[in-house]
Ligand binder design. Structure first.
Ligand code: 0RA
Length: 642
């Protein structure tokens, strides 16, 4: 094969070299996230083609070797000679940074922000890429190695269809993680199907077969768009209103689509997107939505005398308790701000969203007076409950300030006061807590034992949360509190690593989930800042004579048995299954689970806020059937404890 592909693309190669030198600058990181980002980048281009009205079907295949194939039935990337560059347009798209949408200025290109770095980045970070273009009766291809074309675009036959097929194998020299997660890709494709109704997205996993020997696959398609997304997110919640509010309008080049519905829970679930990118930090579109919601509902309630007898003052938050809302805007030139560049900055968008949303909501309220009444009653209840919650919260915070150190009695604190080197272990049970206290490095490791199952915050009203002893202890140990607007103040956060350490069994997982639910609902910023971790105690101790080895899974256990048995009898090798932390002594717990040199901590991150919310409400809410279904399809301990 020809690898030295002409001198005129030296410039180009330098561009892609920059991507290989600092991949994180282009795709965020070189781990799990960045790896999946490559797929989103390629899929985004097909979505753009679909948005331009030329493509209906997109298929994503996870190949056996973890290469990804994305196929669409669009017009096919142009292959003709690009005048200025003197090479095929396809080659330019694949090898020039940010060359993505340059050939089709008339169309409405929406990628940008986090994605939109261009498919050439994917090419630069892949050990091999092949693109096949079918258009105008012919089939063309070009291949690349680490971004360098192996040959010029060539015709390889005839074709009846049109479309683009890209197969890429992420470079093992670049990425620290190479295994794709089906669930992660499925969640993103599902989200894209709701955000872009009418497009059919299929995910196929060639690595795994079902009972009939076919690859695992799923198709995501939404005819209705955002209202269906709301229904999906709220599947396990009871709706307060029967009809979701839905509006779609374009104004000043900004396309706005909003859907929302109230349910009987106390959670606020506002998810927003700009050009299909999840704006987890919100921004001007979300401000516009909130303003219109508060103003319109307040006006309606006042005009109908519904707030007359209410003593509590009603705040903006009260209008969003039990609200699930999706806001999707398409902005031609989005400005992204904030720590993770997921906050929309374009100031004109606030007014646009507000002016689109206000009249639509007013019309809904007038047309659905029964629904309107239920919403306003819920708002009043929220305001009243919020006052009770505020008092309960203040009690926790005041007590915190008054009791001398202000620290809970059960906390074994560390001696260092530098938060960025301090770790707090939240340990299941007093007995394991005691072992952890003996085993820890007291300079920087603190231990807070939690008794039994902490309160399920998913089902509790807010003021009950602050009355719960274990939860009070967590607040006081961490040194954080909510301000009047319930924004978490982390100025005095005492530990930058908060480690949940529970037994490696069903009960332990349940307690871990309860604690995670608490952090997700009450202290999400700690997760977003990367402060929350889960400890991974070993599952087995494999032992023969004085030799021993800890194991975290079946494969390790089998390998350890082989190794320790050597030429001898395998039955002489003992296997201890650790059912709980309590079965380890202090030294073992330190060696396997707490020692920063040898332990594995799993950092808790939020891949998709909408999906995380849905899973927490499924796992911790009232509905039993979907919870069982979720657990059965995801259970980790199903066969271990059977
Ligand atoms: C620009 C122009 C044309 C097609 C595309 C871009 C295109 C790009 C991608 C990327 C993935 N799939 C795609 N499908 C199409 C075609 C212009 C024309 O045919 O006139």
């Amino acid at each position: 094969m020809q690898t030295n592909y002409g001198a005129d693309n030296i410039q180009v190669l330098e561009g892609l070299e920059a991507v290989r030198k600092r991949p994180a600058m282009y795709i965020g990181d070189i781990g799990f996230k960045g790896l999946h980002h490559l797929v989103y980048e390629v899929v985004d281009n097909s979505i753009d083609e679909a948005m331009a009205g030329h493509c209906k079907n997109i298929e994503v295949i996870i190949n056996k070797n973890n290469a990804i194939t994305v196929t669409d039935d669009g017009r096919g990337i142009p292959v003709g000679i690009h005048k200025k560059e003197g090479r095929s347009a396809l080659e330019v798209v694949m090898t020039v940074l940010h060359a993505g949408g340059k050939f089709d200025k008339g169309s409405y290109k929406v990628s940008g922000g986090l994605h939109g770095v261009g498919v050439s980045c994917v090419n630069a970070l892949s050990e091999h890429v092949q693109v096949i273009v079918e258009r105008e009766g012919k089939k063309y291809t070009q291949e690349y190695e680490r971004g360098k074309p192996l040959y010029a675009v060539k015709e390889i036959g005839a074709s009846e269809r049109s479309g683009t097929t890209t197969t890429f194998k992420p470079d093992h020299e670049i990425f620290t993680v190479l295994q794709y997660s089906y669930d992660t890709l499925a969640a993103r494709l599902r989200e894209l199907s709701f955000l872009n109704k009418g497009i059919r997205l299929t995910l196929i996993d060639e690595r795994e077969q079902d009972d009939e020997g076919n690859p695992i696959q799923e198709t995501f398609f939404s005819a209705g768009g955002l209202p269906e997304f709301v229904a999906y997110l709220d599947a396990t919640r009871s709706p307060l209103t029967t009809v979701p509010v839905h509006l779609e309008k374009e104004k000043d080049m900004v396309a706005v689509e909003i859907a929302f519905q109230y349910n009987t829970t106390y959670n606020e679930n506002v998810h927003s997107y700009v050009n299909n990118i999840n704006t987890i930090e919100g921004g001007t579109h979300v401000s516009g939505f909130k303003r219109a919601l508060t103003r319109t509902l307040r006006q309606y309630a006042e005009a109908n005398g519904m707030f007359k007898k209410v003593k509590a003052t009603i705040s903006g938050d009260d209008f969003r308790e039990g609200l699930t809302a999706l806001i999707s805007v398409k902005v031609p030139e989005p400005q992204f701000e904030g720590q993770t560049k997921t906050k929309l900055g374009n100031s004109e968008v606030t007014g646009i969203v507000e002016s689109v949303m206000g009249p639509a909501l007013t019309a809904y309220l007038e047309e659905n007076p029964k629904e309107a009444k239920r919403i306003i009653e819920k708002v009043i209840l929220a305001a009243t409950a919020r006052q009770a919650a505020r008092k309960a919260r203040e009690l926790v915070q005041r007590k915190n300030a008054l009791t001398g150190s202000g620290l809970p009695g059960k906390l074994a604190d560390c001696s260092s006061k530098k938060a960025d080197e301090c770790e707090l272990f939240l340990v299941e049970g007093d007995s394991a807590g005691g072992t952890a206290k003996q085993g820890r490095e007291r300079m920087f490791q603190a231990i807070l034992p939690l008794r039994g199952k902490i309160l399920n915050v998913e089902k509790a009203m807010e003021h009950k949360i602050y009355a719960n002893e274990e939860i009070k202890n967590i607040y006081q140990a961490l040194g954080v509190f909510h301000d009047e607007n319930k924004v978490l103040n982390t100025n005095k956060l005492r530990y930058h690593k908060i480690v949940i350490m529970c037994d490696a069994d069903v009960d332990g997982s349940h307690i871990t989930t309860l604690i995670l639910t608490f952090f997700f609902r009450q202290m999400k910023t700690l997760i977003e800042n990367g402060y929350i971790y889960i400890a991974t105690p070993p599952l087995y101790l494999v032992k023969k004579g004085k030799k021993f080895q800890y194991c975290w899974n079946e494969e390790q256990r089998e390998a350890a048995v082989e190794r320790l048995a050597g030429d001898g009898d395998k039955s002489k090798v003992g296997i201890q299954r650790y059912k709980g932390l309590g079965e380890m002594n202090a030294e073992q717990l330190w060696d396997t689970t707490m020692d920063p040199q040898t332990r594995t901590l799993r950092q808790v991150t939020i891949e998709s806020a909408a999906e995380a919310d849905r899973i927490f409400s499924t796992l911790m809410g009232d509905d039993v059937v979907p919870r069982r279904a979720f657990i059965e399809s995801h259970a980790k301990y199903a066969n271990i404890d059977a």
